[in-house]
Ligand binder design. Structure first.
Ligand SMILES: C[S@@+](CC[C@H](N)C(=O)[O-])C[C@H]1O[C@@H](n2cnc3c(N)ncnc32)[C@H](O)[C@@H]1O
Length: 300
């Protein structure tokens, strides 16, 4: 209180100070009220989300139960029909990003259908499944037409081949990851490779096409898949350098961890050049097989 001021004079002054303080604090009170309301809304939202999560969890558990039951039924039906059993998970990982049983079976079903479309139920001679892995395609070819007789498989994956042999599949062998293939010149009536060149450096493709040509009979077909333009357009994991390579040279090579998971992406022009003049391209389908371009080649 200033000198000479009485208590009575000071009281309104103190009230003024209090009022100013209240006025200063008022926006904070309002803000805290709004914050409190927001917090209440968030708490209510959280409660709702927890309730929904519990429901989703319950549903997921039920779906998992159904999937296990279906896997059991499919396994039993396949065993009764003489199909190969499922390879162990560590071998399924070698042939795909998603090693789950349903995916392994569905992928094999798709590839085997494609094989039968291209080569028919009776291919008229030995057909090689180059990069056969643990028999994802073979498992659905067994028992179809003359495929038991005509199927041949090879892979660099010695574990996969050992597993197939342990299942009494005789016509499979380990091959090197560079040519030559362990087959005589012009000895095959056909060859297919699902997602094999996709894991081989692009600069080796030309020598592999020449090798495929060597083992095929004149006029025989090859069915080949590669990652093409669409992969680079939509792929999220490419580095700037890999994209630059693709734009400049028509190919990119991405190093990845895991069994033969490195990834080759090649343009159609690059592939046509790599084929040299050894094949007639009967069909080139962009995204013709899942996320890959597919080709039907006829050996000249
Ligand atoms: C993505 S997996 C596809 C397997 C099989 N084609 C399928 O669709 O189930 C690629 C396979 O190619 C095999 N592979 C990679 N390079 C190979 C090569 N140079 N010769 C033979 N197999 C090869 C791998 O071991 C692997 O089994």
């Amino acid at each position: 209180m200033a000198e000479g001021e009485t208590q009575a004079q000071g009281a309104p002054g103190a009230g003024g100070v209090r009022w100013r303080r209240v006025r200063r604090l008022l926006p904070y009170y309002r803000k805290s009220e709004r914050l409190q309301q927001q917090l209440d809304r968030i708490a209510a939202e959280l409660k709702r989300t927890r309730r929904e999560l519990r429901l989703v969890n319950r549903e997921a558990t039920e779906w998992q139960r159904q999937i296990r039951a279906l896997e059991k039924v499919v396994g039993e039906l396949r065993a009764r029909s003489g199909a190969l059993p499922l390879p162990p998970r560590e071998l399924r990982v070698h042939v795909g990003r998603v090693p789950e049983v349903a995916n392994f079976l569905a992928q094999g079903l798709d590839s085997s259908r494609r094989v039968i479309e291209v080569f028919g139920p009776d291919p008229g001679g030995p057909v090689l499944d180059w990069g056969c892995g643990s028999g994802r395609t073979l498992t659905w070819l067994k028992g179809v037409g003359t495929w038991d007789l005509n199927y041949r498989g090879c892979d660099v994956d010695a574990d996969a081949i050992a597993w197939l042999r342990s299942q009494k599949v005789k016509a499979v062998e380990v091959c090197g990851d560079l040519p030559p293939l362990p087959y005589e010149d012009a000895s095959l009536a056909g060859l297919f490779c699902f997602s094999v060149l996709t894991h081989i450096p692009p600069l080796r493709h030309a020598e592999w096409y020449a090798e495929i040509r060597r083992v095929l009979r004149p006029g025989a077909r090859a069915y080949v898949t590669v990652h093409g333009d669409e992969n680079i357009r939509t792929g999220k994991s490419f580095t700037e350098e890999e994209r630059r390579d693709y734009a400049e040279k028509g190919w990119s090579w991405s190093e990845r961890k895991g069994h033969y998971k490195h990834a080759a992406t090649v343009s159609r022009a690059f592939t046509v050049q790599a084929l040299a003049s050894g094949f007639e391209v009967e069909a080139y389908d962009e995204l013709g097989y899942h996320s890959m371009d597919s080709m039907i080649l006829r050996r000249i």
